[in-house]
Design a protein around this ligand. Sequence first.
Ligand code: ZN
Length: 156
Amino acid sequence: MLVTNHVLSGAVIGAAVRRPLPALAIGVASHFALDALPHWGKWETEQQFLRVAVADGLTGLAAMGVITRAVLRTPGNGRAKLAASVVLGMAGAAMPDLDKPAHIIFKRKLWPDAVNRFHGRIQDEEPHRFFSHELVAGAGFALAAATLIARRGTNR
Ligand SMILES: [Zn+2]
């Protein structure tokens, strides 16, 4: 699944649980759960993969920035804790995918081989699922995150 969608789902988790460390842990677990669901992928060439991965990585980073800013501007007393929870939810949800860029940029593997093997084995990818799966999931996560953050802000 696109890392952007992992970031958005991590924001939903963080806004829902409102506790930073559980948000981080659930975020990591959600990554593997979502990667096991049908999603877009199965690239024909490494070049095609990299094109998508770079655009997706930058979009995911931008999403983290926009969401963090939105949470920090949310009115209410629990804003700092909500922000920490949302940021760690997003970080946890994106974390398993950091291995590939770390390997390309720093020539370092972040996770043990067993984790990377498991991560690779659970993927349910097809190249025709961008609009039907990836975009729908992204829109749903973004809407849920925006709704929860707005509501959590005013509730506290
Ligand atoms: Zn993944």
